[in-house]
Ligand binder design. Sequence first.
Ligand code: ADP
Length: 279
Amino acid sequence: MIFLLIASLFAGGFLFARDAARERRDALQKTTFVSNVSHELKTPLTNVRLYAELLADGHAKTPETQQQYLGIIVTESERLTRLINNVLDFGRLEQQRRSFHIETVEMATWLQATVQSLRGITDDAEMTVTVSCPPDLHVRVDRDALSQVFLNVIDNACKYAKAGKIIDIRAFSCSGAAVLRQALHSNAATQAVIEISDRGPGIDADHAQRIFQRFYRVDDSTTASVGGCGLGLSIAKQLMQGMGGDICWKPREGGGSSFVLTLNIESNRVESNGLDSTR
Ligand code: ADP
């Protein structure tokens, strides 16, 4: 009896200490998140206000300077929109209120349009984007969700891998995907892959396991100088899984990062593409 009493006291104490540690960690994550988001909001807002005031006070004398200030206002407001969309998406995903409207999308055309729509960010970072995609690759996705995933991954490449100058986007279907599926243990029904690779510093293996966790930021010199609140990749993961696909990280051969997106292919095209849908 005494032994049982002591054992249950120990077990109770252990559970209590574990819950208390988890609560402390959650509280710390929340405050870090709030301060990161506030900081992220403050910087573009300050810039928008500053350049709008300079314009209003007539400090931009030449049309070129006016254009330059207006350009900064547009870029900074786009940055604000991106952050707010991520926070809103994060809330919806956490509360399982995000619904997915899955439709068939022709990948090559979609990729060209998406890369074009991200030109503002990639041009600002002086990054060149290359795209390779076979014709007639049709995937089943929610367009908005996939755009948000692309935005988050490419925005990260521009933030952390700017020095590498190049982002390569490569899409391919089933046979290559089957190999990757095994390597990445991802969804068995997935039949298309998009790899987004940069030539930046890459990510250490121990950090790489955690970058898809919410609020997680690698604590090193690369991130210290760049803003962020650790939401982008956790949102990307939840969005990809919500569409029946997945996103993983692997080192790029020759240095840098590759983000590997796996997606469902349109099933009635599998045969016409000459692909084996059972793989
Ligand atoms: P945030 O960018 O707001 O910090 P993310 O969830 O988008 O949050 O990314 C998590 C972390 O993963 C980043 O803080 C960064 O350390 C690392 N990371 C993401 N993309 C890259 C990349 N392309 N190259 C190097 N590190 C990256």
